[in-house]
Design a protein around this ligand. Structure first.
Ligand code: XIL
Length: 317
């Protein structure tokens, strides 16, 4: 098999995917040709256009244009979609983040947002990141407007609304720094165990996978196994492995080994269904904008040429 998605499928996984956005696909034909190639990518995530600030910036006023176009484009390519994301503290419009709601009012806001967004794409989404980044790095709950107003009940509220809106979508909780064992991963495992005990619908744990060259945890597989033991599937949802610039051959070689290591851990755990890279080319990565002095985190370079990391993914399978 050639192409990342084909290799993954040939080894029993569901997909390799990428995040993208329609405005980039429309404006960059060589970029779009790779993103739409089902041999490379069988799964698409909207990098921004399904987030709360993009879809319901003003209460009750909905904007679906970016998401709709991307969903239609992916389906036309024979690709599946991950929905990202319904309830998240970031990219949250100020009418929500400013708070001041009663518990009943915010619960209703969460239910309405989740229901309307997920219903829009009912039957077209493989999995939804229903709750994104609920934890701090020490494993305590993040003090978002949701948590400070509602405690942990907002998580069950969102998951129940999501299940009702699209019974066929797999419902995920997604977070970063839950790649290897540690306090934050333990907290995620405990949360999912509690949700299951409470009969709250939960199907998957999303491991974002924003990693650093030379610093990928060694106990990925043990952590993936602890998640799988809860009876949920797992996916790596936003993989990128950044380096301090400038790029050198040595860093590219280490990055190749790091991609291989992540893929091999997913391959080794049957519950790990697939891997999505957070954009596929360094040309459009979010990393340089957010992590000063860092970049080159993806398997294709700025010129859409495959890097050693690409071969690392293939070898990991
Ligand atoms: C990032 C996007 O890539 C950027 O374009 C945007 O400016 C900020 O958000 N965790 C997530 C993603 O769940 O939604 C984030 O995406 C990266 C971190």
């Amino acid at each position: 098999a050639t192409g990342l998605h084909n290799v993954a499928v040939s080894k029993g996984k569901l997909y390799i995917g990428t995040a993208t956005e329609m405005y980039k696909l429309n404006g960059d034909a060589p970029y779009a040709a790779i993103a739409s190639d089902i041999n490379e990518f069988g799964m698409i995530t909207a990098e921004n256009s399904m987030k709360w600030d993009a879809t319901e910036r003003t209460q009750g006023v909905w904007t679906f244009a970016g998401g709709d176009d991307l969903v239609n484009w992916a389906i036309a390519n024979g690709q599946k979609l991950r929905g990202h994301t319904t309830v998240w503290h970031s990219q949250l419009p100020s009418w929500v983040s400013s708070g001041g709601f009663s518990a009943a009012a915010l619960t209703s806001i969460i239910e309405n947002h989740t229901t309307t967004l997920i219903d829009r794409y009912k039957g077209k989404i493989y999995s939804w990141d229903v709750v994104n980044e609920p934890f701090n790095d020490d494993g305590t709950f993040r003090s978002s407007v949701f948590y400070t107003t509602l405690g942990t009940s907002y998580i069950a509220t969102a998951l129940h609304a999501a299940r009702a809106a699209d019974p066929d979508a797999k419902l995920y909780i997604n977070d970063y720094n839950i790649d290897g064992l540690g306090a934050k991963s333990t907290a995620m495992a405990n949360l999912v165990a509690q949700l299951k005990a409470d009969n709250v619908p939960i199907d998957g744990i999303g491991i974002q996978g924003h990693l650093i060259v030379g610093a990928v945890p060694n106990n990925l597989q043990a952590n993936f196994e602890q998640f799988a033991a809860l009876g949920v599937e797992i996916a790596i949802t936003e993989l990128d492995i950044r380096m301090t610039l400038p790029v050198t051959p040595g860093k590219l070689a280490q990055q190749k080994a790091d991609y291989k290591k992540v893929v091999a851990a997913c391959k080794a755990v049957p519950a790990c269904v697939g891997i999505t890279v957070w954009e596929y080319t360094d040309k459009y990565s979010w990393v340089p904008d957010v992590f000063s002095g860092q970049g080159a985190a993806l398997p294709w370079d700025d010129s859409l040429v495959k890097k050693p990391a690409y071969d690392g993914i293939v070898e990991g399978f």
